[in-house]
Design a protein around this ligand. Sequence first.
Ligand code: NDP
Length: 289
Amino acid sequence: MASIIDGKARAQQLRQSVAEKTRELKDRTGVTPGLAVVIVGDDPASQVYVRNKGKQALEAGFESFTHTLPAETTEAALLDLVDQLNRDDRVHGILVQLPLPDHIDEQRVINRISPDKDVDGFHVENVGKLVIGADGFVPCTPLGCWMMIRESVESLSGLNAVIVGRSNIVGKPMAFLLLREHCTVTIAHSRTQALDELCRSADILVAAVGRPGIIQGDWVKPGAVVIDVGINRVTDDSGKSRLTGDVDFDGAVERAGHITPVPGGVGPMTIACLLSNTLKSATRAAGQE
Ligand code: NDP
């Protein structure tokens, strides 16, 4: 039976540590970390994320700046706002909530954010730094996964890591983080053949697909670390809606060594890592790193 990784408790610990370091930074330098979150349009899920980010930023002792723009905002107007935030010394982290409306080029907007304030780690410069092993901002979801994996195994060196999903925000950065740890990394995707066999070879298995239960319990190698990034809303037989991951948890928990639940695993770590990245940016801006 696997040990269940408590992402909620781990995230709370990280938030507390960020809050303590924030107090120290303020006392030492007078600098208060500032996080600006920009949301375009009225997607209800995005609004919930943005509210949570703002609330947790304030709880950590940060300044929080939320910019809510209408869905019909032009790309030029959004780029102007990003320029303004880049120049604003009170702002150390800028996050543009994705997805953006179709008429706006997401990558162009992300690449307009100063790489020094790109706390989401999506700017091409930070992506490049991750690939070459330089110190930049790492995307928050894979960063949280990496922390939980590191705390579950003594040494990652030489282990087989299989990441299912190759998105720019989860799968690819996860692969480079584990490569940095000297894992032998395989990235699987929708064209991968014999996914079950591949998963059975994984000492570290990360599922970031967005399909409920795609990873079956008997695909898990005994003793493996299983990180379930998937967040899927499903309706059960009684008509009740609930969140579930990409991994068949009940089957996998019997075989894995360590496993994250959904909810309560990867999810809570994401915003905590965003705060941690913003503190890192503010610490650098204050010349303390
Ligand atoms: P994307 O839709 O961008 O990527 C999904 C990936 O899964 C793609 O690479 C796709 O392959 C692959 N895939 C699809 N079907 C299969 C299949 N049958 N077999 C193998 N691979 C397949 O999703 P994201 O990376 O943005 O998110 C993945 C999941 O993680 C979602 O459930 C999302 O909600 C969740 N998530 C959770 C976060 C959190 O906890 N905070 C943050 C971000 C995401 P291909 O490239 O070939 O299409």
